[in-house]
Design a protein around this ligand. Structure first.
Ligand code: ADP
Ligand code: MG
Length: 728
């Protein structure tokens, strides 16, 4: 066995257990490192507290004088918790988080020092932002970027640093991050949904979109992961023959969690408790070494921040337990990939989940209104929704035989389908009192009962209604939830605005009663958005054909999917709602196509290197051993030697054949890369990488994996699938 592989396996098998105990009751430590309401009450003056709460609840501006008080209180609190530094914590368009730490500590000029943190430092900072992707925004405008405090997501202490969630914008106003458009989309849907909710309850003054994500991931021993250049540099294996045992026995799913992993989870959860991330569920996933963690849902902005923070924390804690977390959507070929289901709903300030049926016909009409509007919104903007989850890594998952396909459709279950079928029959115009009673009693009124025993679960749908929320399942495990959440909430806002206009129009112009008008508009929506509803098997080929007939998009690759981001319809949507302007939209598209090309480029280089520097030399080495053997047999048996050497000779030839194929594949791939690199236009370059470079991956891999099967295990240099997946 190669030294590297041998050392890695030995190291992984000899890991001492890092024992982790539950320190205190979780409810007692929850949020203790968060500058939440309790901490604010203790450390802020009454006026400052009110001002922050007002900013959180109503989006009001915080006065500079007040900011000074708040920063002082925040600093005192942070220092009392052992913090020494502070940072503006933000989410640049790299999709991860960024931070630059500054100490509270300052010298006083007379040899002494104090801890200082002023309102100015809390409210605004100017990180040297030139190294973050900006899609040409800053070049065009020669604008500098700054970060600005987002009081709707509370500050927290991580390690010894006070982290202040911020937005990241150019001085000319363009958003340079994922959070800014998200906040704008949340504000739009709040307004639009509040206006519609008032049809049913006048006391509603605010609607909060809620998000509960489910994070899937793989845990691999650190030494094993390190021994693979592909995992190290590309986050996934680019070659490796399938293990004799994979996931076919399904013995991992919900199985007992290995002790070492459980200690990791405990440690992680303890940290999450301190940070106020309400993690609740943990379990084994389908694939070996694959796990899932899910929190209690929260208001969307906070939930998005919490997921970004969590991914960072997961990496750090993994290090302590000698693990590496793989967030990649498809780290292993032939083994299930990872997603991040986004459970989404809308909640009113009066405590009502707008996607949850109620106990009266009127409440159910409210439910149906939001339910049907969601379906309509998805129908109108299915392609944009698909673009929001596009990435080089998620391409491996969407459309593969395990994850929701690249076609967006909505699953609602047979009972709700029956309800919509009934509503579709509602007569045009005003309803007679009898018809209305019938509708309310027998259709709308029955919803809570039918949902109670609604056991419909369709795992193949990318967007499924699950009783009191929609579950957007096509989101990838590496995703920053801000992207899909921006799109979903934006299209919902647009849809609800249109709905309100139409209902008000019928009330005013046709003198209809409110509920008549609502029934009439909903009926049309049900008819208009039928094509998006699909209850069957989303993985099947039949659906692909059917979807094409329905003119639903089926964008299988990222460059193709991303086009919708810059479509006229998208620009119109975002500009109308004030979420992003054309420059911001195009900049994001540019960044994403560039990132796509770079990822494929990196994978191509890594694959080429491994194949040329590890695989081919090993093949040759083994071939030489065989040649020596054949030579020896010839020495002993003379011309009879073939009787004893035929198997060896076949192997020698097979090895040569595979090496030749690998070599040619790499050479051709490099040529295509060279051509692609010369393309100026970023989108065209992405397409070139997708269509001309990537196809070589499978070919090269195929022959490398064949060699893995032929070559003596003792000299194979790369840690094998069975070792990566079945060593704990
Ligand atoms: P399951 O769907 O597996 O039965 P749950 O209904 O408890 O499990 O929820 C799954 C995920 O959906 C959890 O992360 C949970 O927090 C989230 N969730 C539940 N209700 C809502 C809601 N109203 N809005 C957003 N997310 C929700
Ligand atoms: Mg799941």
């Amino acid at each position: 066995m190669s030294t590297l592989r041998f050392q890695a396996i030995k190291e992984s098998l000899n890991r001492p257990l890092v024992e982790v105990k539950e320190a205190e009751r979780r409810s007692a430590v929850f949020g203790s490192n968060v500058f939440n309401e309790t901490a604010m009450r203790q450390y802020l003056t009454k006026d400052s507290f009110k001002s922050v709460m007002d900013a959180i609840e109503n989006g009001s501006k915080i006065d500079r004088g007040v900011a000074d008080h708040i920063s002082t209180g925040m600093k005192e609190w942070a220092i009392s918790k052992g913090a020494t530094h502070y940072t503006h914590w933000f989410q640049p368009l790299t999709g991860t988080t960024a931070e630059k730490h500054d100490a509270f500590f300052e010298t006083t000029g007379d040899g002494g020092a104090i801890e200082k943190f002023g309102g100015g430092q809390l409210v605004q900072q100017e990180p040297d932002a030139s190294s973050f992707p900006n899609g040409g925004i800053r070049n065009t405008f020669e604008a500098r970027g700054y970060t600005a405090w987002d009081p709707t997501s509370p500050a927290f202490i991580y390690g010894t640093t006070l982290c202040i969630p911020t937005v990241f914008v150019a001085y000319t106003g363009e958003a340079l991050d994922n959070k800014t458009p998200l906040l704008r989309a949340l504000q739009s849907v709040d307004q639009a949904a509040t206006n519609v909710a008032k049809y049913f309850d006048k006391s509603v003054t605010k609607v909060n979109p809620t998000l509960g994500w489910e994070q899937e991931y793989f845990l691999i021993d650190k030494a094993l992961a390190k021994s693979r250049p592909d995992i190290n540099l590309a986050g996934r294996t680019l070659l490796g023959h399938a293990s004799a045992k994979g996931q076919q026995l399904d013995d991992h799913y919900f199985g007992s969690i290995p002790t070492r992993v459980l200690n990791y989870m405990r440690d992680l959860e303890n940290e999450c408790m301190l940070l106020g991330i309400p993690v609740k569920t943990r379990h084994n996933e389908v694939a070996p070494n694959q796990f899932e963690l899910a929190p209690i849902f929260e208001e969307t902005n906070l939930a998005v921040d919490h997921n970004s923070l969590l991914m960072d924390v997961m990496n750090k804690i993994a290090d302590r337990h000698h693990f590496k977390v793989l967030f990649h959507e498809k780290p292993f070929s032939g083994i299930n990939g990872s997603g991040k289901h986004n459970n989404w709903s809308l909640a009113t300030n009066t405590g009502v989940n707008l996607l949850s049926p109620g106990s009266t016909p009127m409440k159910n009409l409210q439910f149906l209104t939001f339910f049907i509007n969601t379906i309509k919104a998805v129908n109108e903007y299915e392609e944009l929704l698909r673009s929001a989850i596009a990435s080089a890594s998620n391409d491996h998952r969407l459309g593969a035989n395990e994850a929701p396909p690249a076609i967006i459709s909505v699953f609602i279950g047979s009972q709700l389908t029956a309800v919509l079928d009934e509503l579709e029959k509602v007569k045009n115009g005003k309803l007679s009192p009898e018809a209305k009673t019938e509708l309310k009693l027998n259709v709308v009124g029955k919803i809570p009962e039918i949902l109670l025993d609604n056991t419909d679960r369709n795992r193949t749908s990318p967007f499924a209604f699950t009783g009191n929320k929609f579950e957007f399942r096509a989101v990838g495990s590496t995703a920053n939830c801000a992207k899909p959440m921006t799109v979903l909430n934006a299209i919902m806002a647009k849809q609800l605005i249109e709905f309100k206009e139409q209902v008000d129009g019928l009330i005013k112009n046709k003198k209809m009663k409110k509920d008549d008008a609502i029934f009439n508009v909903l009926r049309e929506y049900i008819k208009d958005s039928k094509r998006i509803r699909f209850e069957g098997d989303g993985y099947g080929e039949a659906w692909e054909k059917e979807a094409a007939k329905r003119k639903l998009s089926n964008n299988k690759t990222t460059p193709e999917a991303l086009k919708a981001q810059v479509a006229k319809k998208t620009i119109a949507l975002y500009e109308e709602l004030g979420i992003m302007n054309k420059v911001e939209i195009e900049a994001r598209h540019e960044i994403e196509v560039e990132e796509y090309a770079m990822r494929i480029q990196i994978e191509g280089r890594v694959l080429g290197d491994i194949a040329r520097n590890h695989v081919i030399p090993t093949g040759i080495h083994y071939q030489n051993i065989l040649i020596e053997n054949v030579q020896g047999l010839k020495d002993i048996y003379g011309k009879d030697f073939k009787k004893y050497a035929s198997e060896q000779m076949e192997l020698i030839e097979a090895i040569s054949r595979h090496i030749a194929k690998i070599n040619k594949g790499i050479t051709d791939m490099i040529n295509e890369r060279k051509k692609a690199n010369k393309i100026e236009d970023a989108e065209k370059r992405a397409f070139a990488y997708c269509d001309n470079v990537k196809p070589f991956f499978d070919e090269i891999r195929y022959h490398c994996d064949k060699l893995e099967l032929l070559v003596d295990d003792e000299i194979w240099p790369l840690t094998k699938y069975r070792e990566l997946l079945f060593t704990h």
